[in-house]
Design a protein around this ligand. Structure first.
Ligand SMILES: [Zn+2]
Length: 478
């Protein structure tokens, strides 16, 4: 299968681009047809292109057939076929506790609620659940993490629900020998930070991690680490009946010594990527940046790749300069490559009383300007109108009135289209009184209609012509 659903990007991705995007975490990729978990196959192979296979090993002919067809990649989060929870584990520095963050979509919540499903958490596949929670709209908000404090210690946790009873195993605390710590990736915030469990085996240089050592009976002793590992702080805490030692650290460079230490703990080290939002300035709320615009400018040390590391279509991505790209902002735009992770959400325009100013709409052919905050919009642009002016509105023109820069009034002409010829001329003469000097020269080059010709003849005698009628004749609309 050449494509799969990426639960991190919340978009379909292609196998060859996704393999370049970095790490592989359990439960990250799912079959785009049946929703079963898939894994990469033939990565780095010379004879086969990278592709996805069902993790269970069952090669479902239907999935292969379905995904073998040419089909566009969907960047819609709702194209997900699996209904499994999306789970991540966290450490919260405020409470000094570990949490399971559970996220379900709108469809998933209502589907489970309809079937009275309960989420369950276990330390062993066949043990009784030590935590359970009904899945419904009261306990979960769509796509918002529900944080569940973990009160029982286990190296692994098993997540399931009463509907399908498939136990998904998550390895949480590092069970490797020689006192291996567990790594959590720090998230933004100073004192009250939250750190997310690193579920892949890859760590990156120059980004802060929280590591925890745990022991059942005594506080883990201080460990000597190589100089390339910079320790910012150390602290002790107790939770789940265990004693923990926590350290905030950064791995500053990749050396043989660091590599071998990390390898003995079950991790490998790679160089990190950078990813920043340049424009517009936007607030960070929880894990998302709220952007009040249709597009945003990003700086990245890697190439943004549709269906690879961003959930957008390639035609919507625009490379501005080296490292700088313009990306569309939809309800949720995600970029994910190696350590670099960014979620942008479209912020709805704040609906305060100012943007809710009612606009007084009026239909009229003529308008006497009430004050100086009035403007005429027409095909030749915008012109400022002065108080007391009488304006004749031509088709497609419009008068707009502003108060403190906010539109609060609008005058559009009644439809001239219904009127034509003689009737239109009579209408103009009736509503518009301004006259100007008549000169035959103005009309010599025009092909005059019967109505126009007769009117002009009458003007010749008075040597005056109605300005509106003149305008309509010049535009050959009478
Ligand atoms: Zn499948």
């Amino acid at each position: 299968m050449r494509k799969a659903y990426d639960t991190f990007l919340q978009s379909e991705v292609s196998a060859d681009l996704a393999t370049k995007a970095g790490s592989f975490e359990p439960y990250r990729y799912e079959c785009a047809h049946c929703g079963e978990e898939v894994r990469f196959a033939a990565v780095g192979s010379n004879s086969m292109v990278p592709h996805f296979r069902h993790r269970s090993g069952n090669s479902d002919v239907e999935c292969e057939y379905y995904l073998g067809q040419y089909r566009a990649f969907s960047t819609d989060a709702r194209s997900r076929k699996s209904k499994s929870e999306r789970a991540e584990f966290y450490f919260d520095n405020n409470t000094k506790m570990f949490y399971l963050g559970l996220r379900l979509s709108d469809d998933e919540i209502s589907d489970y609620e309809l079937r009275s499903t309960t989420f369950e958490l276990r330390t062993m596949p066949h043990a009784a659940a030590f935590y359970s929670l009904r899945i419904n709209g009261r306990n979960f908000s769509p796509d918002v993490q529900r944080m569940i404090p973990i009160e029982e210690f286990s190296y692994n946790y098993f997540l399931s629900n009463t509907l399908n009873d498939v136990k998904r195993k998550y390895e949480v605390f590092n069970n490797a020998r020689n006192g291996a710590p567990t790594f959590f990736k720090m998230q933004i915030g100073d004192r009250d930070y939250r750190a997310k469990l690193v579920r892949s085996s890859v760590l990156y240089t120059n980004i802060p991690y929280l590591v925890v050592y745990q022991s059942q009976y005594w506080v883990p002793g201080n460990v000597h680490l190589p100089n390339e590992i910079n320790i910012e702080s150390s602290f002790k805490f107790e939770t789940m009946g265990r004693k923990f030692l926590g350290k905030v650290l950064t791995i500053t460079s990749k050396t043989a010594q660091v590599d071998s230490l990390l390898l003995s703990w079950g991790y490998q080290l790679e160089f990190s990527e950078e990813l920043t939002l340049l424009w517009p300035p936007s607030p960070l709320v929880d894990e998302s940046i709220l952007v009040n615009a249709d597009s945003a400018y990003l700086f990245s040390t890697f190439e943004l790749q549709a269906q690879g590391n961003i959930n957008a279509h390639s035609q919507d991505l625009k490379k501005i300069a080296d490292g700088i790209s313009k990306v569309p902002v939809r309800s949720r735009t995600k970029v994910y490559r190696k350590n670099a992770e960014l979620m942008i959400e479209k912020r709805e325009q704040a609906s305060d009383s100012y943007s809710a100013i009612p606009v007084a709409r009026k239909v009229s052919r003529t308008y006497i300007v009430q004050d100086d905050s009035t403007f005429l919009f027409n095909r030749s642009g915008v012109s400022h109108l002065n108080k007391g002016m009488a304006v004749l509105l031509t088709p497609e023109s419009e008068i707009r009135h502003f108060t403190f820069g906010y539109l609060d009034g609008c005058v559009t002409p009644s439809s001239h289209d219904a009127l034509a010829g003689d009737l239109l001329l009579q209408d103009l003469l009736m509503y518009y009184k301004r006259k100007e000097t008549f000169k035959w020269d103005d009309y010599e080059s025009l092909e005059l209609s019967q109505t126009a010709f007769q009117y002009i003849e009458s003007c010749e005698k008075s040597e005056l012509i109605n300005s509106a009628a003149k305008c309509f004749i010049e535009e050959e609309r009478i």
